[in-house]
Write a protein that binds this ligand. Structure first.
Ligand code: PFF
Length: 465
């Protein structure tokens, strides 16, 4: 890369950036959905336990790898003196390269809803009268999904183009506090609504009868943790490569997990009680309302907001600003992993790399953007393009994660990661725990997710969640 490597201005800036990457659509929609599906408190307890053990282990591993190599994921494994593991760098780059385009398509959907609520507040449109009609007609429209994706893509790449300190850090400094404030505000508002108590009980009280078997809860929690912490996507390696040597990797990792989990748990307080209330008012079963999948965010929740009357327009607007910021900060991190890989590999300027990744995102993203409309005939393996890419990446991600564990545990050796953690005089007191986790426990658990994802991709029951 031309010039010396960028770096974060400090530990706080790094934690904020990594937390901003972690907090995204996964926290706001997927965590509450899974918690409601898998026995409320049971799922939350399993998730907390896994995040604090496996999650922290994997985060420490990726961040320390990046800082040690001072390279993004594509070239990090070679730079550490293991050229035959260069293929892992390629795989770890393929993941964000293929997730980014369809993540931006969903980001475009969020842009569309943000505009719809803004228009509603200004009194110039009533298109949210029936959110189901809005959603179905929007995703099938000839150009709208592509245009919205392009707007979202340009916004995130504009931040990247400015650089690590002036772009990513500053954008996070504005968006993250606003996001947290809005999440707290909405959670308090919902908790004060009449009848919210029943929903909060549904969310928090462990329900062993509805959570299914233990294996499914653990797999569900683990898969969610991976996605939520942006693991195995090259992002934490790239962000780690900008970290100062004097900062503490373990402390930063624990803080990132704490921030991510806090927003996920808060989202449950926003989403579950309104769904339970709506289910009783609308006559739908609670489970049916919660099981709506992605429709939950774009159809069911807007329906609930509409049912709240005039105040619902404001609630909806605030909610979609929150979702937009969460999605943008996550997309920024994914774009940075791709942009940094191109810079490191081809030794080109950041702006050139941003343009290459922008073009890639628009071209590959168009398959998903048009996949429910003008190109709906294009169905790889019988799936709409967006769902196909999502399923393929759900299989590739655990493969990359397992290989990273094998690489660190058995090839590079855990002591090199521990030594990286000890730089700057840090005392590391979890050495034995770390070695056992990275050599044995993590590859096994990650292997279980892989089997479950393969079963899901091929529609084999039992294991899939
Ligand atoms: N961690 C993000 C979330 O929970 O929504 C998702 C995400 C971020 C996925 C960054 C991929 C990514 F590269």
């Amino acid at each position: 890369m031309t010039g010396s490597r960028s770096s974060w201005s400090g530990q706080a800036a790094f934690v904020l950036a990594a937390a901003a990457s972690a907090v995204g659509l996964g926290n706001l929609w997927r965590f509450p959905y899974l918690a409601a599906k898998y026995g409320g408190g049971v799922f939350i307890a399993v998730y907390l336990l896994l995040s604090l053990t496996l999650g922290v282990t994997l985060l420490v591993t990726e961040i320390a790898l990046g800082r040690y190599a001072r390279q993004s994921q594509l070239t990090a494994f070679r730079a550490l003196g293991h050229p035959c593991w260069g293929f892992l760098g390629v795989m770890a780059t393929v993941v964000p390269l293929f997730i980014l385009p369809y993540y931006n398509v969903i980001g475009g959907w969020v842009v569309r809803y943000f505009v719809a609520y803004a228009k509603l507040l200004l009194g110039c449109s009533a298109e949210l009268g029936d959110p189901q009609v809005l959603f179905s007609s929007f995703i099938a429209a000839p150009w709208d999904p592509f245009v919205c994706m392009a707007v979202f893509t340009v916004a995130s790449l504009a931040v990247i183009a400015v650089g690590v300190k002036n772009g990513i850090e500053k954008a996070n400094l504005i968006m993250m506090p606003v996001l947290l404030l809005m999440a707290f505000g909405l959670a308090v508002y919902v908790a004060l609504l009449p009848g919210a108590g029943e929903g909060i009980r549904y969310y928090l009280v462990p329900d062993f009868s509805s959570c299914g078997n233990v294996g499914k809860v653990v797999l569900g929690a683990m898969g969610q943790m991976f996605y939520s912490l942006s693991l195995a996507m090259g992002i934490m390696i790239t962000y780690g490569s900008y970290m100062r040597r004097c900062d503490s990797v373990p402390k930063a990792s624990v803080r990132i997990v704490a921030a991510d989990t806090l927003v996920a748990v808060l989202s449950g307080f926003m989403v579950i009680p309104v769904l339970v209330m709506f289910a009783s008012v609308g006559g739908d079963g609670t489970r049916q309302a919660i099981d709506a999948g992605p429709g939950l965010m774009f159809v069911t929740l807007p329906k609930v907001f509409t049912s709240l009357g005039a105040v619902g327009a404001w609630v909806g607007f605030v909610f979609f600003v929150l979702v937009l910021f969460a999605a943008l900060t996550s997309a920024i991190s994914m774009s940075e992993a791709c942009v940094a890989a191109v810079c490191d590999f081809f030794n080109v300027r950041r702006t050139t790399s941003v343009m290459v990744i922008g073009a890639w995102t628009l071209v590959v993203g168009s398959l998903s953007a048009f996949g429910y409309g003008r190109w709906s005939g294009f169905k790889p393996f019988g799936l709409p393009a967006l769902e196909f890419f999502d399923s393929a990446m759900n299989v590739l991600t655990p493969i990359v994660a397992a290989l990273i564990c094998v690489f660190v545990g058995w090839v590079l050796r855990p002591r090199r990661i521990l030594a990286e953690c000890q730089r700057g005089g840090e005392r590391v007191c979890f050495k034995t725990f770390y070695v056992i986790m990275v050599k044995f426990v993590a590859p096994l658990l990650v292997g279980a997710i892989l089997v479950s994802e393969i079963c899901r991709a091929f529609g084999i029951g039992g294991w899939s969640i």
